[in-house]
Design a protein around this ligand. Structure first.
Ligand SMILES: [Cu+2]
Length: 164
């Protein structure tokens, strides 16, 4: 009986681990899939979020010179004022932590610097049930940070944007 419950715990742990590593990540794309994506003039990325402070992707891969369309979908129900989300792509010399701290009082600018300093691209701030998108040219090869700049969100709502 004791063995049986131990097994059950192990099985549920395994299921938990599997579903974690499954949270769609562009690093899990195969070489063929990446090669096919690299040939596109325009690459489309959909980023989902909801009433929790998480993005469904923490790694995004695009290719130098591509037009990038990032569509942000807030699948939750909470208002923009309490659970607003955006997508902000930072220049390479800007830290997520410093950026988020600096814009936390910029409600009037939807938590962006008034002069957009340090920002490569961004969407508008949206609430539950809303969708927004932004189109921009992929910057030069390298790794960039992206985040949601709503106060308090960037500790969990951030990721890496890879340009190959
Ligand atoms: Cu957010």
């Amino acid at each position: 009986m004791k063995l049986k419950s131990t097994l059950l715990v192990l099985v549920s742990l395994l299921i938990g681990l599997t579903s974690c590593s499954d949270s769609s990540n562009s690093d899990s794309l195969t070489q063929e899939e990446l090669s096919a994506l690299s040939k596109l003039d325009t690459i489309k990325i959909t980023l989902e979020t909801g009433d929790r402070m998480i993005f469904d992707k923490t790694d995004i891969t695009v290719f130098e010179g591509q037009a990038v369309v990032v569509t942000l979908h807030h699948t939750g129900t909470m208002a923009k004022s309490s659970m607003g989300h955006n997508f902000v792509l930072l220049e390479q010399d800007v830290s997520v932590k410093d950026f988020a701290y600096a814009v936390a009082d910029q409600k009037v600018n939807e938590y962006l610097p008034a002069d957009k300093k340090g920002v490569i691209a961004h969407t508008g701030l949206i609430g539950g049930g809303e969708i927004t998108s932004v189109t921009f040219q992929a910057p030069k090869k390298g790794t960039y940070d992206f985040l949601c700049s709503f106060p308090g969100h960037s500790s969990t709502m951030k990721g890496k944007f890879h340009v190959k």
